[in-house]
Design a protein around this ligand. Structure first.
Ligand code: HEM
Length: 160
């Protein structure tokens, strides 16, 4: 039962992260970019609100994935004696994807997003908003690619 709950949380976190990235950056943002942003109201624009929520959502989901992934390994460590050769090669490939996603998401949340946070306190950063939104869009596409690879390796691992 514990395994089912851990994998349920693992999969839900992956679904929330990938779902938010696909919806925000592939579906919603391109259609919102056609609406011009009014000067001095950048923090009230839809793209701003979107990336403001997206970056921490992906980062939190990633933390849940790392936590549940490690917990799953700890719960099942006795069963890992009988794993087929090659399991840890796949696991290593998956972890490379996770590490890349982690650092990109960290950069997005605590560097890019933080740079345009609290615009009422630092109005001089208003000019950075359009460029930062584009940078968050580009890093999200990279995160989406490595995340999808991690899902693929995860599914492969579970059936190895
Ligand atoms: C981007 C982050 C991650 C994604 C998207 C992801 C996704 C997945 C998916 C889709 C599965 C398949 C579940 C199934 O079909 O039953 C899985 C399984 C698994 N994941 Fe992750 N995962 C991530 C991070 C991690 C991390 C950081 C760890 C461990 C440190 C981890 C450990 C595992 C383990 C042990 C399994 C089960 C493999 C088995 O049943 O033998 N995952 N993951």
């Amino acid at each position: 039962m514990t395994n089912n709950i851990i994998i349920f949380l693992h999969l839900m976190a992956a679904a929330v992260a990938i779902g938010s990235m696909v919806f925000s950056v592939i579906l919603l943002l391109p259609s919102m970019e056609k609406i011009p942003i009014q000067k001095n109201s950048e923090e009230h624009s839809h793209p701003y609100k979107l990336v403001e929520l997206l970056a921490p959502t992906v980062f939190t989901s990633l933390l849940i994935l790392i936590g549940t992934g490690i917990y799953y390994l700890l719960e099942n460590y006795t069963g890992q004696m009988g794993l087929k050769p090659g399991y840890y090669n796949l696991f290593g490939m998956k972890l490379i994807c996770v590490v890349v996603a982690f650092f990109l998401s960290l950069y997005q949340t605590f560097n890019l997003r933080a740079g345009i946070a609290n615009l009422d306190l630092s109005p001089e950063n208003r000019g950075l908003v359009p460029k930062t939104i584009q940078q968050i869009k580009k890093t999200t596409i990279l995160i989406l690619i490595v995340f999808s690879l991690a899902v693929f390796f995860g599914i492969w691992l579970a059936r190895f």
